[in-house]
Design a protein. Structure first.
Length: 324
């Protein structure tokens, strides 16, 4: 996701959430509900919807206060502001938030090995290798995204530099329009955007993210929430439910496809392409190997000037949540 939004613009998104959180907390108190409340930030509402579809929200022993965000940047701004306790995003926006001074820790993570992110070219393109991208117009979608990371890694493997291609940073809808009308020679994107381009436009995969991208889905929590033992217990249970949600998608591919098609408003054929990518997520330990993956992402962005400074990412990994 792009990290070029102004702080003032994002604060306008976060401020209402703070007010809502206070109102909800007051309502819970007046109702005499003494269960701990876990405030969860959710990109597009996908996690809540998946867990509901899998029947994993029927017996929660604590209150979940959901807040939806359109992307990782506003979610991480809400974490920074203390408007939510925990939320999930890819590794790139997570390390960018840490580099920006957000007081958070990574508490749980899943990896799909980089699957689901692709360099696409039109079906009739003469481009056959990454080296053929030299001098071409390429959109890595937004700056600092997993797609941007894949393009940088692929160019490096091919012996090219970032300025050997004409990078056009575009929001997914704009990138799709440019790609479909021939104004781009290649588009680097992920998930449903890639599935639609392949299914509806016949786009060809030049390279996938395996071996370059870590494919991380990271749950981050605020330091303040981690100081509350009852919230830590709720986080541990919530992370387990997220893990069971991914497992549900693996065990029930048809049900997952039906759910995602309805959730995303996409044809079932597109949803069926997303299912194996989402089902590939496996929970990984919060150990030095995980910290090293975050460090690699961080150092890549420093190298290309996305942000400055040096951070030891091991200090931002919380290892006490565990798996149950």
């Amino acid at each position: 996701m792009s990290h070029r939004f102004s702080r003032r613009a994002v604060s306008r998104l976060v401020a209402p959430l703070l007010a809502v959180a206070l109102v909800c907390a007051a309502a819970a108190c007046s109702a005499g509900d003494d269960r701990v409340t876990l405030r969860v930030g959710d990109q597009t509402g996908m996690t809540e919807s998946r867990l509901k579809a899998a029947g994993l929200l029927d017996d929660v022993p604590y209150r979940i206060e959901w807040s939806q965000f359109p992307a990782a940047l506003p979610l991480h701004e809400a974490l920074r502001a203390g408007a939510v306790d925990i939320g999930g995003a890819a590794d790139s926006p997570t390390v960018a938030a840490i580099a920006g001074g957000s007081k958070i820790k990574a508490v749980a993570a899943w990896s799909n090995g980089g699957t689901g992110t692709y360099i696409l070219v039109p079906r009739d393109s003469t481009i056959r290798t990454v080296a053929d991208l030299k001098g071409k117009r390429v959109s890595p979608t937004t700056r600092g995204s997993v797609a941007h990371y894949l393009l940088l890694g692929a160019l490096k493997q091919a012996g090219l530099k970032p300025d050997d291609v004409q990078m056009n940073f575009l929001a997914p809808a704009d990138a799709n329009a440019a790609f479909s009308t021939g104004r781009l020679d290649a588009w680097v994107t992920w998930g449903v955007f890639a599935a639609r381009a392949r299914g509806q436009q016949g786009a060809r995969v030049l390279l996938g993210g395996q071996g370059i991208n870590a494919g991380l889905n990271v749950l981050s929590a605020t330091d303040a929430a981690l100081g509350d033992p009852e919230k830590v217990k709720a986080m541990a249970d919530f992370a387990d439910r997220v893990d069971k949600g991914f497992a549900w998608g693996r065990r029930n591919p048809s049900a997952y496809t039906d759910w995602f098609a309805k959730f995303a408003g996409q044809p079932r054929s597109v949803a069926a392409q997303v299912q194996p990518e989402d089902a590939a997520y496996r929970r990984i330990p919060m150990d030095d190997a995980f910290a090293a993956e975050l460090q690699k992402t961080h150092d890549t962005w420093v190298e290309v000037g996305l942000f400055t400074g040096r951070h030891d990412l091991r200090r931002f990994v919380y290892r006490g949540l565990g798996e149950r």
